[in-house]
Design a protein. Structure first.
Lengths: 409, 240
């Protein structure tokens, strides 16, 4: 192996060697962390909501004037009646919010009335007896709400429904290993009996602050009758989403024109909801991806540039080596090995930098600890990039003829 | 040892063909010290680069140590250069990034020799040229004469069958040139075959035999009367 003379030669070219090694180190540190962030964001993007996203759309209905709670309830029931009769609509339900909306009602759940600390956080969904079918939720224990259990309330009332349905995640948290149905839980307004458990229903927010109760939801048998308006969640029959959306808006206006359904977000398919909810995650992933690609390209260009410069500078030296018996492969190996040694130094420093950068982000931005697999992947990428980048100039070097040794400078 | 028969070397461009060597014939026996002389542009260096397998030739035959080299591939030519030929260049051609020891080691590494044997050969070669104490010095820290001695040590370390020297004293002052020339003569006396290209009649006079090239062909030295007389005068003034 030529390692000793290569190291000896590199010591005579400290500046170029140092700069490239540092460029590799910085690239590794940034790319490792960027890949880690991308993976986290992508994993976040693919978290399931638990609902039949392909066929669901949301109507954001705003009332004109300031109708009281009883009036709102009457209008909502009329709207729901109308929506359920729209061609292509399978079912419809009112709600204060829906998964991925980004805001709604979150509240603590307790197991005893005098408990100071909440047993769990949760998202509160106000619903009627059509909620489970409309969202396509899977009831895994107990029963659905009966029509006679559905009431209506506005923000002035206490949250104290007689019965609730909870998600499996919340049931597991509150009653680990046990049966939730029939048990009593305490909401802010008082006790409620769990009558059913649904399999999966994501919270309304996908932000980090809500991650502790991401799938812990409580479904309340009340229509939330706010004078401002409310949401209708509508499930279309398979393949009829677009037609049902268009028809739903017209039908609601025909039934009662004293409302506003905004052009931009009044009617949203759930794919648009998902797209809007993860806009920043997707943007961050793309930004990190672009930064990584640009950095890798700049590093590769740096390696190509420096090696090309060194090949040009050492043309006569290469000729001398060839004259003294080096084969083309020997010259190729020389430059590949030289790059590998620089890259190894770079990735060594880069690994330390990557860990330090991640630790800093863990303390500043509540990020997770960098997994070792990202470091290994980053190191492999950088080493392969180095070898790939050096290949063209190294091949050029290997083609320098031995007669170059006799040419005058 | 070295035999070229009707050898030619043609440089072709789109519009012109230039013969660097034409119907070139030379035979160097084992143990000879031959000076190849001729005016600038006569083809001396082309002869040397072909003799050293640094370049291919266009026509004719070339036998080196009994091997016809025209059909050898690049790797085989590299191996022969490494094992059978020692080069001494006018510009020394040491690798500036490597110290003296590492410079002498270069051809031995390409031979795949073990470290212990390499070290022994390197130190023997450096002792022979009187530079063992400078093994850790870099070329830039040595005089021109010392650099050429290192180049000679590098050429000798591999125990080549043939030493090719291209104007070995061309970049040296008179005193250093004399030292290098004496070293070459000493190496020759020990049995080495040396072919030295030079345009210096005094150096040519110290070789056993002169081969004179004009316009790419070997000619009788008498065809270049000025050079002929200069060589004779140098021989007459030589202390030997």
């Amino acid at each position: 192996m030529q390692i000793k003379p290569i190291l000896s030669a590199l010591r005579r070219h400290k500046a170029g060697t140092f700069l490239i090694a540092m460029q590799i180190a910085l690239t590794l540190a940034i790319v490792c962390n960027a890949l880690f962030i991308i993976h986290q964001r992508v994993a976040h993007l693919s978290e399931p909501t638990g609902i039949d996203e392909a066929n669901i759309f949301i109507v954001k209905n705003e009332w004109v004037g300031a109708p009281d709670s009883a009036r709102v309830d009457a209008m909502m029931r009329a709207d729901l009646q109308t929506l359920r009769q729209v061609p292509g609509v399978q079912d419809a339900t009112p709600s204060n919010s829906y998964p991925l909306r980004g805001s709604g009602w979150d509240d603590g759940v307790k197991l005893k009335p005098d408990q100071l600390q909440d047993s769990s956080g949760s998202t509160i969904y106000f619903a009627d007896e059509h909620f489970i079918d409309t969202l396509g939720l899977k009831l895994i224990a107990g029963r659905n709400f009966r029509a006679d259990e559905i009431g209506h309330m506005d923000m002035r009332y206490k949250l104290a429904p007689p019965v609730v349905i909870i998600t499996r995640a919340l049931a597991d948290k509150l009653f680990p290993g046990g049966q939730a149905v029939g048990k009593t839980i305490y909401l802010i307004g008082g006790p409620a009996t769990v009558v059913g458990v649904v399999d999966l229903l994501q919270a309304q927010s996908v932000e980090r602050w809500a991650s502790d109760f991401a799938y812990r939801s409580v479904i309340i048998p009340e229509r939330l009758t706010l004078s401002l308006g409310s949401f209708y969640i509508v499930r279309a029959r398979p393949g009829q989403l677009d037609a049902a959306m268009r028809a739903a808006g017209k039908a609601l206006f025909a039934q009662n024109p004293r409302r506003v359904i905004a052009d931009d977000d009044g009617l949203l398919s759930f794919s648009e909801v998902r797209s809007r909810a993860y806009e920043s995650d997707r943007g961050m992933a793309i930004l990190m991806g672009v930064i990584s690609i640009v950095l890798l390209a700049v590093t590769a260009a740096g390696i190509v540039g420096l090696t090309s410069f060194w090949v040009g500078q050492r043309r006569r030296q290469i000729g001398v080596r060839r004259a003294l018996g080096a084969t083309r492969q020997d010259i190729l190996h020389y430059f590949m090995t030289e790059n590998l040694l620089i890259s190894c130094a770079g990735v060594l420093v880069g690994t330390v930098l990557a860990i330090a950068m991640n630790l800093w982000m863990v303390t500043r931005f509540e990020m997770h600890r960098l997994s070792l697999s990202y470091l290994v992947t980053g190191v492999v990428i950088l080493l392969l990039l180095g070898q790939g980048a050096v290949l063209a100039p190294a091949l050029r070097a290997s083609r320098v003829p031995p007669v170059e040794a006799t040419r005058s400078v | 040892m070295l035999k070229m028969t009707h050898l030619s070397k043609v440089y072709r461009t789109e519009v012109v063909e230039t013969y660097a060597l034409r119907d070139f014939n030379i035979n160097v026996n084992e143990g000879e010290f031959v000076a190849v002389t001729g005016p600038s542009g006569s083809g001396k260096t082309t002869f040397l680069t072909i003799a050293g397998l640094l370049e291919t030739f266009t026509g004719g035959q070339y036998h080196l140590d009994g091997v016809e080299v025209s059909n050898l591939n690049d790797n085989e030519r590299s191996r022969i250069r490494n094992e059978k030929i020692g080069f001494i260049f006018q510009a020394f051609n040491l690798i500036p990034d490597l110290n003296v020891f590492d410079n002498v080691e270069v051809p031995l590494r390409y031979r795949g020799m073990k470290a212990a044997e390499r070290k022994e050969r390197i130190m023997n070669s450096l002792e022979r040229v009187g530079l063992a104490s400078r093994a850790k010095h870099y070329p830039a820290e040595l005089s021109g004469g010392q650099q050429q001695r290192v180049a000679i040590a590098r050429a000798l370390a591999g125990s080549p069958r043939l030493l090719l020297a291209d104007e070995p004293t061309g970049n040296l002052d008179t005193q250093m040139a004399r030292g290098v020339m004496e070293l070459l003569e000493e190496i020759h006396r020990e049995g080495a075959t040396i072919v030295m290209v030079t345009h210096d009649p005094e150096l040519a006079a110290r070789a056993q035999r002169n081969v004179h090239i004009i316009d790419g062909q070997v000619v009788d030295l008498a065809e270049d009367p000025r050079f002929h007389h200069a060589v004779h005068a140098a021989r007459a003034n030589s202390p030997a």
